[in-house]
Design a protein around this ligand. Structure first.
Ligand SMILES: Nc1ncnc2c1ncn2[C@@H]1O[C@H](COP(=O)(O)OP(=O)(O)OP(=O)(O)O)[C@@H](O)[C@H]1O
Ligand SMILES: CC(=O)N[C@H]1[C@@H]2OC[C@@H](O2)[C@@H](O)[C@@H]1O[C@H](C)C(=O)O
Length: 366
């Protein structure tokens, strides 16, 4: 495709850490990245966050879900109205529950509502079609990671890890022509990342997160808790595989008797260990691990991961990417792929039976 086929797309993502909504524009034809545009962030207020938190784990029609959807739509409408020049919007929504092998996957917020408010076509509900094809419905960023690897001119296998509330890892070989080509990608969620540390900080100290990993740096990792964590059956499942935010309910209980610093150190070590375990599944060694998501600001977590990996571990800024906005960009990119009829996941990224184009498109006045 020539560059004339490229469009400016606007993506929006609100992740499992429930901090707020990221918005980012990219110029893409759904295959290559041509340019990056504006980015913006809108934090959820504490009241909004409470409404969403109260609906976590719930499914459409259940108590509190409608209120959460309204909060998500209002926050997105306010943020996305600030952007100019987008032709298409990719709206992820807020994951409230994720059980791909059972009840499915649930992202709150309607793209049809946003299409009316913004006056733009909105691609949304990115995960259901994949689950319908036997996939995990997550992670979906890997196809964008593949495009990023091409954009940075990578020649040899490399990996991306997103350290959000949950962490997901993408191994890829940029010498392959497309992300769905066999051997191009392997992706999966590795385990909990920041969510357990955030929950600890909130419950014990009334703080949002462990700034820079300072508290964890002061603590001692409890080896017995860490070893027990690593016996969780999830670590013995072959990828692709995915997680819900609260899939490790035993973890907060396991650190309940530890001091604040030791608990933070142990939860941070658990996040690092799950990434390192994940890397054992790589089909071939990588030249580097590029880190995206808020956890790359946690120096203790970064050091722990680096210690266990046999390759350089760098924030994505090292290659000119924006680690705070990569997921929002991913949903802009995926929206264009959906609009162009290109797949957004494949057997090696989600376990879907075949390559799938997820997402539905809502147009204003439809
Ligand atoms: N300066 C910092 N020091 C330590 N941790 C930080 C810092 N900045 C962000 N974080 C962590 O990163 C989290 C936010 O990460 P991010 O925005 O990538 O998550 P998310 O997109 O909501 O989650 P997911 O990718 O799982 O959907 C914060 O909740 C916090 O735990
Ligand atoms: C169901 C769901 O929303 N999963 C998220 C979550 O947050 C991180 C990890 O778990 C990942 O699988 C996914 O998000 C990213 C954006 C993805 O789909 O690639």
């Amino acid at each position: 495709m020539a560059r004339t086929d490229a469009v400016w797309a606007l993506g929006a993502m609100s992740g499992t850490s429930l901090d707020g909504v990221d918005g980012a524009m990219i110029l893409t034809d759904g295959e290559r990245i041509f340019d990056f545009g504006h980015t913006a962030y809108r934090a959820y207020s504490e009241a909004e966050r409470e409404v969403i938190r109260a609906a976590l784990g719930r499914w459409p029609g259940e108590v509190g879900v409608e209120a959460a959807a309204e909060v998500v739509e209002t926050a997105h409408a306010a943020l996305l109205a600030l952007f100019r020049g987008a032709e298409l919007v990719g709206f992820h929504g807020q994951t409230l529950a994720h059980d791909p092998d059972g009840q499915g996957t649930h992202q709150a917020g309607s793209g049809a509502v946003l299409a009316e408010v913004l006056g733009l076509p909105v691609v949304w509900d990115f995960r259901s079609a994949d689950v319908g094809m036997g996939g995990q419905g997550a992670p979906l960023a890997p196809f964008y990671h593949f495009a990023c690897a091409k954009w940075i001119g990578a020649q040899a296998p490399l990996a991306f890890v997103n350290l959000g509330g949950v962490s997901n890892l993408t191994w890829l070989d940029p010498s392959r022509p497309a992300p769905e080509t066999p051997g191009a990608c392997l992706a999966f969620d590795t385990g909990p990342a920041n969510a357990p540390v955030n929950d600890l900080m909130r419950a014990r100290l009334g703080l949002d997160h462990d700034e820079g990993g300072a508290l964890a740096a002061e603590g001692r990792v409890d080896a017995a808790v860490l070893d027990a964590f690593l016996t969780h059956p999830y670590f013995f499942r072959m990828p692709p595989k995915s997680l819900d935010r609260n899939d490790f309910p035993g973890l907060p209980k396991a650190v309940a008797g530890l001091s604040d610093a030791d608990a933070a150190a142990t939860l941070t070590a658990a996040a690092a260990a799950s990434v390192i375990r994940g890397a054992e599944h790589f089909p071939a060694p990588v030249e580097r691990l590029l880190v995206t998501g808020g956890g790359r600001h946690n120096r203790t977590l970064m050091a722990m991961i680096a210690q266990g990996m046999g390759c350089p571990v760098q924030p994505v800024e090292a290659v000119g990417l924006d680690g705070d906005m990569l997921e929002a960009q991913a949903f802009a990119y995926l929206a264009v792929r959906v609009a162009r009829g290109l797949p957004t996941s494949c057997p090696a990224t989600t376990g879907a039976r075949v390559a799938v184009g997820g997402g539905q498109i809502s147009r204003p006045d439809a």
